[in-house]
Design a protein around this ligand. Structure first.
Ligand SMILES: [Zn+2]
Length: 447
């Protein structure tokens, strides 16, 4: 039993932020058993191990609803001759080039790098969308070994695509099936599966049929939709329908399915997303970096569609994404008074709802019975800080790297910036060697 207290507590339970000026949580096993003031909890649970938040902000662990472990080794990489002039060239010249070189060892190193960086930025749950077309079979289990060992809550999938031919496409369908089978046989609320799909323009009708058959209604799908206009053109030209209509015709939509991006969706497509209770995930920095457009978040939210926030692995800092989400929506709308509620809900409320369509234990909230996924931020406000303005502090003051302590499933995985179960320097050295090998293969020279 752990008593994590002596901080400004934000529970996100109920309508407000659930603020206690001096509070904490008591955890037992993987769950929270009590929430209250520091004094109350100390009196009630004198036997609990005390972890001092040192006046920091205690809040629910952050959830990243869309990321890509496969891109972790790209930080600082430049691929010779790669100068993309459109979104397709970004994919082909950068990300597909990388994933075609990811063998099992490089996939493992990518997972180690991304999971460590996420823990250090207060992320306690990731929804990953993996591709390693060099070596597909077993790649999700390799990632799962890392998330389990490091204590990260994870929902994994493999991105099915026809881009590297029929054999690889069939392997990618099988990889999802095998991993879903594993999760069914070894139920754990730390590890879940979705059925991944790259994007409609690299998935044929036949492949969609294979995906649906292999899944057999067991989990939802996690797929990129209308991230670039090329996805829309492909759908119209080759299938006579817009992408969301095509997904509906293949029975891909539903309450457990997560659609990445949804930038170029029209109102008719939004109505289908709403009617099928399908989820969307916005990735603001990635979208701006790829120059693909701004997702119509305001309209999606107005329709009552569940929209969450991911990073697309552009960063692992959810608070940085929150800032960019607000700025990009306001910039796009030419209106400085919009999107505040939408983007804060996306990160602090909707990501929890999205996560709980896969995970059973309540996430993203600190209350008895919820998951003991708790972070402490080293944030000392120098302006008033209370229930009425906490999200303003999140938007304008707090960054992921202020995370000082991370608890996942009741285990402290980082305490005062030190990883408790991982030799960070040794792992970094290994990841560096793996990066050098990957970069060497891509650029035909030594690093
Ligand atoms: Zn993505």
């Amino acid at each position: 039993m752990i008593l994590l207290a002596n901080g400004k507590l934000i529970t996100r339970d109920g309508a407000g932020t659930g603020f206690y000026p001096d509070g904490g949580v008591v955890t037992d096993g993987g769950k929270i058993v009590a929430v209250g003031t520091t004094a109350e909890l100390k009196a009630q649970y004198p036997q609990a191990e005390f972890v001092d938040a040192k006046g920091g902000v205690i809040m629910p662990g952050l959830i990243n609803a869309h990321t890509h472990i496969y891109s972790a080794l790209a930080r600082g990489l430049s691929i010779a001759g790669n100068n993309p002039t459109n979104f397709f060239e970004v994919l082909d010249g950068t990300w597909w080039a990388i994933d075609r070189h990811l063998d099992m060892e490089a996939t493992k190193a990518s997972a180690q790098a991304l999971v460590i960086d996420s823990i250090k930025q207060g992320v306690t749950t990731i929804f990953d969308h993996h591709a390693s077309f060099c070596e597909i079979p077993g790649s999700l289990m390799k990632i799962a070994e890392v998330t389990q060992e490091y204590g990260m809550r994870a929902c994994l999938c493999y991105e099915v695509s026809d881009r590297d031919g029929d054999e690889k496409s069939i392997q990618s369908v099988q990889e999802n099936k095998d991993f879903i089978d594993y999760c069914e046989k070894n139920p754990s609320d730390m590890l879940k599966a979705l059925f991944g799909g790259h994007a409609l323009f690299t998935i044929s009708d036949k492949t969609f049929d294979r995906m649906v058959a292999a899944n057999n209604g067991r989990v939802g799908f996690h797929i990129h939709v209308s991230e670039g206009m090329n996805d829309v053109y492909d759908s119209l030209q080759n299938y006579g329908r817009r992408p969301v209509q095509r997904l509906q015709d293949h029975d891909i939509l539903g309450s457990k399915t997560l659609l990445g991006h949804c930038i170029h969706v029209n109102t008719a497509e939004m109505d289908i997303i709403k009617a099928t209770d399908t989820m969307c995930v916005n990735n603001p920095e990635s979208n701006m970096g790829n120059a693909v457009g701004i997702s119509p978040i305001l309209q999606l939210c107005q329709k009552g569609i569940l929209v969450g926030m991911g990073t697309d692995a552009y960063t692992n800092d959810m608070l940085e994404s929150l800032k960019v989400a607000l700025c990009s929506q306001r910039h796009n709308a030419c209106a400085p008074n919009v999107a505040w509620c939408e983007v804060t809900d996306m990160l602090f409320r909707n990501n929890a709802k999205i996560a709980n369509r896969s995970f059973e234990t309540p996430l993203g909230v600190l209350k008895p019975g919820a998951a003991a996924d708790v972070i402490v931020m080293d944030y000392k406000p120098y302006t008033p800080f209370s229930d009425e303005n906490i999200d303003g502090h999140m938007l304008f003051g707090m960054t992921g790297r202020q995370c000082q302590t991370t608890m996942i499933n009741g285990k402290i995985v980082m305490k005062d910036r030190v990883l408790t179960q991982i030799d960070e320097e040794a792992v970094n050295a290994h990841v560096l060697e793996s990066s050098k090998r990957l970069w060497g293969q891509l650029n035909h020279r030594e690093y």
